[in-house]
Every structure is written in structure tokens, then in C-alpha cells.
Design a protein around this ligand. Structure first.
Ligand SMILES: [Zn+2]
Ligand SMILES: [Zn+2]
Length: 387
């Protein structure tokens, strides 16, 4: 038993002293190692990780480094465990925690801000000014699991209670890993001004966040919701999630299509999830005057932007980071109410021990993979016992 006496545990959820964890060595190199199970402190719980979804940002971190930042630098050869879109079961409570109970099923969001900087005090904890400062003499207590602290490609992880969301009993482990994805889409729509019923939205790029953007926009009452992309199979999933129109940009110019579908009026909001080189200029010609654009994707190169068009037309542009303003709670509520079926974007499941193969599926889109999930044995065993 590794937990100190001020940490609450329960014999129904035994906590071992060590666990298996994937550790990042050189770029692209992951090895399965033994690590101590971490100990929750004040305002933290220990989560037994049941399932983790692989995100495009994980692939960025594993192969290139940013936006991960470990001990003030790149994440390589520092014993770092990536993975951030996980769910699991609370198995130990740090001192004073009564917000969650042992046995609770939870999904997580990533960012626990420092709680003391200007942005955290404004509620914008995903924009914490002390990002990554959680070590040595600059320890401000910031955590972003899988980015600045150890993440979920392992068996147990500590989470600040502010990063937890209860999930409905009838929600599968795989679906629960998607709460944070839907939460990111929800945050984008909140930043655009809190979408109200009857306003029009284009989502560009049918990746996981784009597809969840369609679902959340529709659940909020937007009309029409238009999805643009290059892959027909993903556009079809977009229709099932609530898109009124889909546009394959290989067949039709997306700006002309949006103007046609809105009788030349353009839309109120664009949620840009494609990272295409000209996406922001296209978005600026899809929105109407005074419209708003949310940028939710990271393009690799710096695009040339027609700023004059933005200024002349009073177009607002927002960059979003993460899933701020407790948007995950609102996303989980929609999923709990079955307002959309997030599982449509889950395509593959692998055991945690086969993480490299799961990553290959996600990266190369093997068998049209969209969201690939890895599960720990304890979760798989529980599922088999239930069947
Ligand atoms: Zn992610
Ligand atoms: Zn902060």
C-alpha cells in the first residue's frame, strides 16, 4: 500500500504501489515501463484510467514536442507519459476532497490552471499565465495532464478536482473519452458568443473536433449547420450528427457553396477545424458582416491573411485553446441527454499494451480510423464480467 494515511482509499478499489506506464524517450519512441502510482494531494484525486482516446495533438507531442512543455522544455527523455483524453474511476481521494467519491466514473478535462494568475482569476484557466510552471523553484501548481504533467497512457493518474466531470452510468468508456472532444467544440461555440437557436454555422474540417462541433451546434439549435471537408465518409457521419448540408471541397468551392446554401447571406459563425492553408480567408468569406470565426486547428505554416477584408467587414476572429470555461460539463450534459451520438466518431479500440499499433491506426487513418481508443486490462475485464 503506497498511499499515505491522509489519502482515503477503499478495499474495493485496491491501489498498487507501481503501475505500467508508456514513457516518451526520443521523438516517436515510446516504451512501457514501471512507474510509481502517483499520490493525490490537496484538491486532487487518483483516477484509475480505464480508457484513453488518441488525439492528433498526442501525435504532435510524441513526434515533435510542442505544445507539451516539461520542466520548461521539450518532453523528450524526461520520463514523461503523454495522453490526455481519458476517463476512468476515482480510486483515492486527496486530503479534504469530498466533491468526488471512490468508485465515481469520471471523464477529465486537461487544464488545471495555477488558480492565482490574472487569467485563472478570470476563469480562463486554459490560458493560464503560469503554463508549464510546475517544477523546482517556479512551481506554481499548474497542471495540464499529457502536456505539462504526466498524462493517461498508463494505469493511474492524479487529477485536480476541477478537471473532472461525472459521466452517466449508461455511457460507455469509449464514449466518455469523447466528452473532452465535445467540450472543446462547446468551448469554441461559447467563445463565439454563446450560440443561440436559429443562427447559422459552418464547420470546416470533419476531424473529431469538427464533427463534435457540428453535433454541439445542432444541439444548441443552430440552423443551418454546414460541414465542409474532403472525405465523403466523414461528411456522412457529419450528417448523422446534425449537419443540414455537407460540401465536399474537392467537388465544389466551399465559399461559393456556403453562399449558395444561404441565399448569398453568408453565415453568422465559422468554426475552423481543418488547418487548411487558406482556411481563414475562406472562413472570412463565408461569414456575413459582423460575423465571428473560431480557429480551433493549428496550421503548420503561417498563412497569409487578408486583414483588410476582416477589418472592412467587422469580422471577429477567436483562437481557442483547449476546453475552457467548464465546457466539458455542458458537453457531457448533452451526451447524457442523448442529444447526439458521439460514438459515431469512435472507430477502433486496442488494449493499452498495443498503444504503438493504436497510434499507427490514428496517424495513418488505417481503415478510415477517426477516434482510436486504448483500454486498460482492468476495464476490459470488468466489461467481460458484465457480459
Ligand atoms: Zn486532444
Ligand atoms: Zn493561472
Amino acid at each position: 500500500m503506497a498511499m499515505p494515511t491522509n489519502v482515503k482509499t477503499d478495499q474495493d478499489y485496491p491501489v498498487p504501489a507501481t503501475m505500467k506506464a508508456w514513457v516518451l524517450g526520443d521523438p516517436g519512441e515510446l516504451t512501457l515501463q514501471d512507474k510509481p502510482v502517483p499520490v493525490p494531494e490537496r484538491a486532487e484525486v487518483l483516477v484509475r484510467i480505464d480508457a484513453v482516446a488518441i488525439c492528433a495533438t498526442d501525435l504532435e507531442i510524441i513526434c515533435h514536442g510542442p505544445p507539451a512543455e516539461i520542466q520548461g522544455g521539450d518532453p523528450y527523455n524526461k520520463g514523461f507519459t503523454p495522453g490526455h483524453e481519458y476517463m476512468g474511476t476515482v480510486v483515492a481521494l486527496g486530503p479534504g476532497v469530498d466533491e468526488y467519491a471512490i468508485g465515481d466514473r469520471v471523464a477529465v478535462e486537461i487544464h488545471a490552471g495555477c488558480g492565482q494568475c490574472r487569467r485563472c482569476r478570470e476563469g480562463m484557466y486554459t490560458s493560464c499565465h503560469n503554463y508549464g510552471k510546475n517544477y523546482g523553484d517556479v512551481d506554481k501548481g499548474h497542471r495540464a495532464n499529457g502536456f505539462t504533467t504526466d498524462g493517461g497512457f498508463c494505469e493511474y493518474q492524479i487529477n485536480n478536482i476541477n478537471t473532472l466531470v461525472h459521466v452517466a452510468d449508461d455511457m460507455s468508456d469509449e464514449e466518455a473519452t469523447l466528452v473532452v472532444t465535445a467540450g472543446t467544440a462547446m468551448y469554441g461555440l461559447i467563445e463565439l458568443g454563446g450560440l443561440v437557436a436559429g443562427e447559422s454555422v459552418v464547420v470546416t474540417g470533419p476531424g473529431p473536433i469538427g464533427l463534435m462541433g457540428v453535433a454541439v451546434a445542432k444541439a444548441l439549435g443552430a440552423q443551418p449547420v454546414i460541414l465542409t471537408g474532403t472525405r465523403d465518409n466523414r461528411l456522412e457521419i457529419g450528417k448523422k450528427l446534425g449537419a443540414d448540408h455537407v460540401v465536399n471541397v474537392r467537388n465544389e468551392d466551399p465559399v461559393e457553396a456556403v453562399q449558395r446554401l444561404t441565399d448569398g447571406k453568408g453565415v453568422d459563425y465559422v468554426v475552423e477545424c481543418s488547418a487548411a492553408p487558406n482556411a481563414i480567408n475562406d472562413a472570412a468569406r463565408m461569414v456575413n458582416r459582423g460575423g465571428k470565426i473560431c480557429l480551433a486547428a493549428f496550421p503548420t505554416d503561417a498563412p497569409v491573411v487578408d486583414v483588410a477584408h476582416l477589418v472592412r467587414n467587422n469580422i471577429y476572429v477567436y483562437g481557442i485553446r483547449g476546453e475552457g470555461k467548464t465546457a466539458t460539463h455542458r458537453a457531457e450534459a448533452f451526451m447524457r441527454q442523448k442529444r447526439f451520438d458521439a460514438t459515431l466518431i469512435h472507430t477502433h479500440t486496442f488494449p493499452m499494451t498495443e498503444l504503438p499499433e493504436a497510434i499507427r491506426y490514428a496517424k495513418d487513418r488505417v481503415e478510415d480510423a477517426i477516434k482510436v481508443v486504448v483500454k486498460n486490462d482492468h476495464a476490459v475485464a470488468r466489461l467481460q464480467a458484465a457480459e
